[in-house]
Write a protein that binds this ligand. Structure first.
Ligand code: F6R
Length: 617
């Protein structure tokens, strides 16, 4: 989704801005742009925009020999208005230039008001409204005339409804950059040679690890050697400087061809890191979820999981674990639905929000909604320690997958599953449903998980052979039962995201209630078929497919007694893994999708129309 970088530096900011944009490319975008000013004010506002890749923008900037100490830059993911140069940011009003992430919900009425004041719009964006609005505040056409850019921005943000992070510069004040945030992430970088801003910490790592996270409502003025922050009620505030734990190397591709490939293969390490706290533990302590965890787990009588996309499938898998092992009810809701639904709140329910990024707008809004409804027992499972979600719950657990750059989530998902299994065990323990013996067995299984995943990764060459069979297909079905149904859903999501093959997942028992009508010899049907309590039922469902000529691609394991036959392809998983088998099976499905995408030649890391962090509704 859109990305922002900005700088006020003693040196030329152009290289930082372009590098920052390149770092943000993974979030998904369709156009890019930047604007620069020199601090002597001589060269005036310089702007370059291009529809397409950051590399094209960099060529443009080079051709036009742009430079400047002060600058703002942006990658745009189209919401209002098609991807086109005229809609790319920065947008200009007189001597102001502005970049923006988020969505302004009242932009139509503002646009009308501003047109009435004589402003001419050149784009279809909601963003252009903001830059004219700041100009109007500056001139006193709305409110009292502002003394400077900083107060004009403070005046303007009051009129905005929706979510935004914005950065603005003015030719008339070539010594500063003004930023503001409400709902969308924005952080400042504190470096020797100046102050920087970005919507994602990874974009700041090339200049500093010292970061200042702005709160909702903050407006800040950055100059070469100072930063001034005021909060939503206009009071001067100090925001703490923290040293980011992100490692610049962690976001490099290294020897891999794609981030998705790198991240699939990083899973054993990501799981070891996430489970480090249990490496030598004889038993589990609730404290791994936060200081108040023991008390809260004792109090809760059920669980409500809120998440989107892949993270919601992690939640759906956990529902099977929590109900079976901990014996308490667990519901999973898509965050974008829950936030608008009239539900029946239960203050003794543990609300768990799961998010890789910790910035997903719908998940954050669902959490806010739950809190307003009186839910105080809240837990975040998230991969980004400094994210918004992590600051808003009573309990938290950081999955230590490391930065996930590929748009399609892989290592975040498996580490979420490991965290949710820990949660299951702790709830079971607190509810006295877990014997010391079982606790030890499960802990051993968790500790062995990275090795088990490693063995699945070794199957890559034989999974790769299946990829050819999918590459010319228009559709695919994925089947699973029980705790492997969410894995079928996740497998189908991976395939559709990165190969654009239409894929649907069903609990296999549902086949004959409709989807069986789709099955013919052209339909590949992927089945997640470990040797568990549902296997015999699943085999009967597979017969239904075979009888209609469907081509089966079955991920089974040793005890499944399944052999390849005409129309039935079987991939045996290295070991059967009981309750944790979803973690192994999903890795095999990730590899399948990855290789189908390679055969099809699609953009694996940046699939069309998708963004990494979905910070707008
Ligand atoms: C799919 C994928 C998305 C995300 C979803 C939620 O591969 O990555 O479905 O899972 O957008 O994102 P987070 O987990 O950051 O809240």
């Amino acid at each position: 989704m859109c990305g922002i970088v900005g700088a006020v530096s003693a040196k030329d900011s152009t290289p930082f801005l372009l590098k920052g944009l390149a770092t943000l490319e993974y979030r998904g975008y369709d156009s890019a742009g930047l604007a620069l000013l020199t601090s002597d004010g001589v060269s005036g506002l310089q702007r370059a925009r291009s529809k397409g890749r950051v590399a094209e923008l960099a060529t443009l900037v080079k051709q036009q020999t742009f430079s400047g100490n002060i600058g703002i830059a942006h990658t745009r993911w189209a919401t209002h208005g098609v991807p086109a140069e005229r809609n790319a940011h920065p947008h200009i009003s007189g001597k102001l230039a502005l970049v923006h992430n988020g969505i302004i919900e009242n932009y139509e009425s503002l646009r009308e008001q501003l047109q009435g004041l004589g402003y001419v719009f050149t784009s279809d964006t909601d963003t252009e409204t903001i830059v004219h609005l700041i100009q109007a505040c500056f001139k006193g056409l709305i409110g009292e005339p502002a003394e400077n850019l900083f107060s004009a921005v403070q005046c303007a943000v009051v009129h905005l409804k929706g979510a935004f992070a914005l950065a603005v510069i003015s030719e008339e004040e070539p010594d500063c950059l003004v930023v503001a945030r409400e709902g969308s992430p924005l952080m400042l970088g504190v470096a020797e040679d100046g102050y920087y801003a970005a919507s994602d910490a990874s974009a700041l790592l090339s200049v500093t690890k010292r970061m200042m996270y702005l709160e909702n409502g903050d407006v800040a003025r950055l100059s070469r050697d100072a930063v001034l922050v005021v909060d939503g009620i206009g009071q001067m505030v100090e925001r703490a400087i923290v040293t980011s734990s992100l490692n610049a190397n962690a976001v490099e591709l290294g020897d891999y061809s794609h981030y998705m490939q790198k991240e699939i293969f990083e899973q054993p390490q990501a799981l070891s890191n996430t489970l480090e706290m249990i490496s030598g533990a004889g038993q589990l302590q609730p404290g791994i979820f936060g200081a108040e965890a023991a008390e809260i787990f004792q109090q809760v009588d059920s669980v409500l999981i809120l998440a989107c996309g892949t993270s919601s499938y992690a939640g759906m898998t956990a529902k099977y674990w929590i109900e079976q092992v901990a014996g308490i009810p667990c519901n999973v809701e898509i965050a974008s639905e829950y936030r608008y639904r009239q539900s029946v709140p239960n203050p003794d329910q543990l609300v768990v929000v799961i998010s890789q990024s910790g910035e997903t707008a719908d998940t954050l809004a669902a959490l806010h909604h739950a809190k307003v409804q009186g839910h105080n027992c809240t837990l975040a499972i998230c991969n980004v320690p400094e994210s918004a979600i992590m600051r808003e719950t009573a309990l938290r657990f950081i999955t230590r997958a490391g930065p996930e750059i590929g748009v399609a989530s892989t290592k975040a998902f498996t580490t979420q599953l490991s965290a949710l299994f820990l949660l299951t065990l702790l709830l079971a323990k607190v509810k006295q449903r877990l014997s010391a013996e079982d606790e030890k067995v499960y802990l051993d299984e968790l500790r062995h998980l990275p090795i088990a995943v490693d063995k699945v990764l070794a199957l890559e060459p034989s999974i790769e052979k299946w990829a050819q069979h999918f590459s010319n297909k228009q559709h695919a079905l994925f089947l699973g039962r029980g705790r492997h149904y969410p894995i079928a859903l996740e497998g189908a999501l991976k395939l559709k995201e990165i190969t654009y093959i239409h894929a649907e997942a069903y609990p296999a028992g549902e086949l004959k209630h409709g989807p069986l009508a789709l099955v013919d010899s052209e339909m590949p049907v992927v089945v997640v078929a470990p040797n568990d309590e549902m296997l015999e039922k699943l085999k009967a469902n597979m017969q239904e497919v075979s009888a209609r000529g469907g081509q089966l691609y079955v991920f089974a394991d040793g005890g499944s007694a399944m052999k390849p036959t005409e129309g039935v392809n079987v991939q045996l998983m290295p070991e059967h893994y009981g309750l944790l088998s979803p973690v192994l099976h999903v890795v095999a499905l990730q590899l399948l999708s990855y290789h189908v995408a390679l055969v099809k030649g699609t953009d694996v890391d940046k699939p069309r129309n998708l963004a990494k962090s979905v910070t707008v509704e």
